[in-house]
Structures are given as C-alpha cells and as structure tokens.
Design a protein around this ligand. Structure first.
Ligand SMILES: [Zn+2]
Length: 495
C-alpha cells in the first residue's frame, strides 16, 4: 500500500470542475497515482506531511510536442532562412534514407536524457516527437520498443507511436513496401502498447506530413484513430512551403484538402497550424480540434501564430508543445503570450512612412480579446488533457492522476510574487521547478532526479549528440560537416 501524502504550499492550484482555482495556503493529498483531496483543510489521516513552503503547487504540464531526442533546434536559426543559402543548407547525399545510424544504446540514451529534461521542467505527460533527419525511413517499431523501456525507467507519462509515411522526401517517389511496413507497424504498436506500464503508456497515431504521406494512408490512419478513440497527431500548415506544394499538386491548400478527405475530427491534433485562412480556423473549431502551439520552435524559423487569441476565440482547443531547446514549458507559455501581444498591438506590422503617416498592415484585423496568463496555463494543462481525451490529467482534483509539480517562489531569482499564475508565466522559468511527482512517485526532489545518475546521463548524451553532429558530414552530398554548415559564433581556439 502506498503512503498517503499531504503536500502543502503557498498556492495550490486546484480545480472546481469548471476551472482551475487557487487555494492560498492549501494542500493536496494523494495516495499512489490518485489525488484524494485538494483544498484548505484535510482532516483525514495521512502517513506523511510534505510542506513545500512558498511555492506554487501545480498540475504537471502536458507537452504534446516533446522532443525525445537530443537533436532539435540548437542551430536551426543558423541553418535555415527565408532566402535559401546553398552554402549553408544540408544536401542529402547517397547515404540519406538508406540506413539507421543509431544503435539501441544511442536511442536509449537520447530518450532518457530528454525525458530527464522534461521531468526537470515539470512536464509530466509527453507526446514525443523525434528527429528523423538521418533515419533510414521513419521512427521504427523497434525505436519505440526502446522508448517504452525508457518511459518505464524514467517514470514519465507518455503517449507513444512510431511514425509512418509514403516517401522519403517532399514530393519524392512513393515506396509502397516501406509505406505499408511503417503503417502496419504503427497500428501493431498501438495495439500492443496502449494502456501498458500500469497505464503510464498510451498509444497515439503519428503519421508524417501530407507532403510525404499519401492521403489514402492518412485516411486509413484517421479511421483507425476514430475507431479506437485515440489521438492522431499530424503536422500541417507549418510554413508556406507546404501551401506552395499543395496548390499545384492538389489544387487546394492543406485544410481544404484534409476536409475533402474526411480527415478533420476531434481526435486530430495539428502541431503548428500557422498558415491557416480564417475559414480553416473556423472549420477546425467546428470539428472540435486541437492546435499544438510551439512558440519557441516556431520562432526559430521566424514563424509565430497570428494569433493565439484569434484561434482560441474562434473555438480551437489551444494546447502547447516545447519542440525545441530549452524543453521549458514555462518559457513556452511566456513566449506564446508575448507573440499574442505582438498581434494585439500590431507592433511588428506597422511601417512609419516618410510622409509622416503610419501604415498598419494588420489594420483590417478585428481586435481579438486580450489573453491572460490563465489562457496559457490552461493550454499547458487542461487543454492538453482534453486533446488526449483524458479527464484525469492536467488538473489537481479528487480522482485525477497524481501528477504534481512544485515551483519554488522562495528564490531571489524569481522576484516578488503576486498572482501565482501570472508570476509563474512572467517571472519563472523551468529551472524554478523544484519537485516533480508523476503517478504519485517523486521523480525529482530539490532539483535532483531521484534514482538517476545525472552525470552519466549527461556524459552519454553528449557522446550521442556529437555522433549526431558528425552525421551531417557523413550524409551531406558535398561532405560538409556541421562546422561548415553552421560556423562557430566566434573562432574556437583549441588548446
Ligand atoms: Zn513540430
């Protein structure tokens, strides 16, 4: 029998059935993976009292685009640009999409390292996204067998599913053998792993984008997702490249095409979803769909959502994903709010003319309602849970799962606090997360992962990351290494 623990804190974020509510000087009582009580006074017996002092006691964050590799985004702002620079752009050579360069050990290391990062940032539920840049095809069944072991070892809650696609590159030749294999593997994985690890693992359907996956396959995937009522995540409308691909090939932009193929449904989660017409947004809302907003990852490519408020007001379920370094949900909430304010104030869309007039390129936009810190906190908690079809995640309430995060406010780096949610979003970062409890098990205590050799994990991850960096030189048609594609910021003088 697990211990009944009463955890107290300055601000306990409970839930009244409709909305988060804040219990000042409150407590949360949990036993095993179940929350028994949230409020001010608990009179029943407990085995242990854990006072977390001046803190925010929050439901764990839900990351629907959690990078479970060590590859992502460090140098994306350098590598990619609006104007193509062939001297800085990786060109696939003969080895590309032929072999998988990673060993089982490499996969295990990068998965566990990333999960450690997620846990340390207060993310208790993750729907992984893994870089497949140098994969032989998609993410394999076997890669996800290893992932399931990593999930069990690290103790994070995860929705898992290998990816599948029809061709290796955008507009490339369809490879029917590999398409069939990867699709069937994904369905087999779902059937075998959904609900395993004591319920910590759930399955999801994970096709690649429309430019590399045939609509026939997407349709079958969607039918499966609806049949088993599981989420299906499909990247779409990330950039105008897709728009320019879809129009000549299909005579339609992406959402019109998805609608024609019957893909729109509540189970479908769309990461990014930036290049949407207003009619597209309305259509997604009619189908009660979720957008996964990843502000840090998007801004690495000069992109941002226009606007969070518009999407939310039109009825989209707005959720969040990290999808880039740092794997910091709090910074993502902050940046999402910042970008929304750019849209609200039109500040980047104004031109100050020589004739002393101002041209506001967004003048035709209605004034969407002002968003608040609560909107972004909801996106990182209850809205993510809704996207996963889970009523027992993203909130601290009796009967919910015991996924609890404690953010320390007794810290000069945070500054004085006021409203806890605003303080969290504006003044805190992931490093202020002090304790993380998942499924009732303390996975991080006082900023230390419990039962994890952090030093070994860091060493191993650095080795795997350096291997990844070396792959650029191996896979590039011109043999250019990462030093050439992304020159150092300053000259590095070796000893
Ligand atoms: Zn993404």
């Amino acid at each position: 029998m697990s211990k009944r623990i009463k955890l107290t804190g300055k601000f306990v974020i409970g839930h009244d059935g409709n909305s988060h509510v804040v219990y000042e000087d409150g407590c949360v009582v949990y036993q095993g993976d179940e929350i028994l009580f949230v409020g001010h006074d608990y009179s029943g017996p407990v085995d242990e009292v854990w006072d977390t002092g001046k803190s925010i006691v929050s439901p764990g964050f839900i990351d629907l685009e959690a990078d479970v590799d060590t590859d992502h985004a460090n140098f994306d702002p350098v590598l990619w640009g609006r104007v193509p620079r062939p001297e800085a752009t990786f060109q696939p050579g003969p080895k590309f999409r032929t072999v998988d360069p990673y060993t089982d050990e490499d996969f295990s290391v990068r998965q566990k390292y990333s999960m450690a990062q997620l846990i340390m940032n207060g993310i208790t539920t993750a729907m992984p996204i893994c870089g497949e840049q140098f994969h032989g095809w998609a993410q394999t069944y076997h890669e996800f067998e290893i992932m399931a072991e990593s999930v069990k070892e690290m103790g994070i809650r995860a929705d898992l599913g290998p990816s599948f696609k029809s061709c290796g590159i955008r507009g490339g030749q369809v490879d029917e053998v590999r398409e069939k294999q990867s699709f069937e593997d994904a369905l087999r994985y779902f059937k075998e792993y959904d609900g395993t690890a004591g319920g910590m693992i759930r399955g999801f359907i994970n096709p690649c984008q429309i430019a590399i996956t045939r609509p026939e396959i997407l349709r079958r995937a969607k039918d499966f997702a609806v049949e088993v009522n599981a989420p299906m995540r499909l990247h779409a409308c990330e950039e105008d490249v897709e728009w320019k691909f879809m129009l000549p090939k299909h005579g339609k932009t992406t959402i019109d095409f998805f609608d024609e193929w019957g893909l729109l449904c509540p189970q479908l989660l769309i990461p990014h979803a930036i290049t949407l017409k207003d009619s597209d947004i309305r259509r997604l809302a009619e189908h009660r769909m979720t957008v996964i907003h990843t502000p840090i990852a998007e801004i690495n490519y000069g992109a941002g959502l226009n606007s969070f408020s518009k999407y939310q007001t039109m009825g989209i379920n707005m959720s969040l994903g990290t999808d880039a370094q740092p794997v910091d949900m709090i910074q993502n909430m902050r940046l999402a709010w910042d970008i929304d304010r750019f849209c609200e104030w039109h500040s980047l869309a104004c031109r100050y003319n020589e004739d002393d007039t101002i041209t506001d390129l967004m003048a035709d936009q209605p004034d969407w309602p002002k968003t608040t810190a609560a909107d972004y906190f909801n996106a990182a908690t209850v809205n993510g849970a809704k996207a996963l079809g889970r009523d027992d995640l993203g909130k601290l309430a009796p009967g919910a799962r015991a996924d609890i995060v404690v953010v320390d406010l007794d810290d000069l780096r945070v500054g004085p606090y006021e409203d806890p949610i605003r303080t969290l979003v504006v003044s805190c970062v992931g490093n202020n997360v002090r304790h993380t409890i998942i499924g009732g098990v303390t996975r991080m205590k006082d900023w230390k992962l419990v039962g994890v050799d952090e030093e070994k994990l860091r060493r191993d991850a650095q080795r795997v990351y350096e291997k990844y960096l070396s792959l650029f030189g191996e896979y590039d048609a011109l043999g250019r290494g990462i030093d050439q594609l992304c020159p150092p910021s300053f000259p590095i003088l070796k000893r």
